[in-house]
Design a protein around this ligand. Sequence first.
Ligand code: ASP
Length: 323
Amino acid sequence: MDTKIALIGTGGTIAGQGASDTDLTGYTPGILSLQDIVADIPGMRDYGPYAATQFANIESSDITVYQWIKLAKTVQKCVDKDDIGAVVITHGTDSMEETAYFLHLTVHTDKPIIITGSMRPAGAISADGPLNLLQAVQVARTPESHGKGVLVVLNGYIDGARDVTKMNTTNVATFGSPNTGHMGIVQDGMAHFYSVPVRKHTMDSEFGVEQDLPRVDILTCYAGIEEVMGLAILATNPAGLILTGLGHGTIPQVIRNITKNLSIPVVRASRTGSGIVSKVPQDEDAGYYVSDSLSPQKARILLMLALQKERTANDLERIFKEY
Ligand code: ASP
């Protein structure tokens, strides 16, 4: 018997609809069901059978940590079944990289887990959803897709969950991995890989998911930021804080003054979108950790998962090096 692909629908533009077929920005995401979007895709049947689940139908910027936990458990249940060979999730592109990284760290399997979506709503002129979904199932059926963690497939490219990011507001070529490049290409009905993830994920990840995660917030810094912005975020008592610094994660002095040597972990990341934030001598004085090449939003996910149990400074430094 052929194993099934578990198809999980969560919403986004791939399930969106506009008032007209030329409406590429004012449409509403998360309208059509998974069944609707799969129905007429040419060639889709060749990669079945499928088992479909409508997990949610939302705009992806509304996804919550609670839904991530529920989704991780849903995906884990799927991959634990012998008759499921892979999972393909449809998702809005806005927070796709975050959901992908969350699952990359919390689902334990070597089966392919693919996330796809679209930049143009269903029914729009040159809608990209159907081809993206077809290519996602083609990647899911490619044997080499095993053991690579969660993969994002859009516009003919395959990117790894750790490094992928959305880089353009509306263009179909929005996803890329600025530090590492695309991991592969989808062509002739299959995935072709040119690199592999070297950081820990899925099978090797030490993280599980509980009912709730400690809250970690992000403060984006900018020239002229005032102390009150930092004080406001600290007044909410987060369990950890990501500081999105300028350039090499540089934190303006007014924010340094109130975030150094706190009892919660504070991680310096960068707003530049590429490169590494590495330790500098001043980090010792301030008690800061560094995000390595993780974006602020992914550093937040890693820290939330890490803080599910008590961690020493050495643990946190190790975690930001290994994941
Ligand atoms: N706003 C949409 C979403 O993330 C964008 C998309 O799916 O492309 O749900």
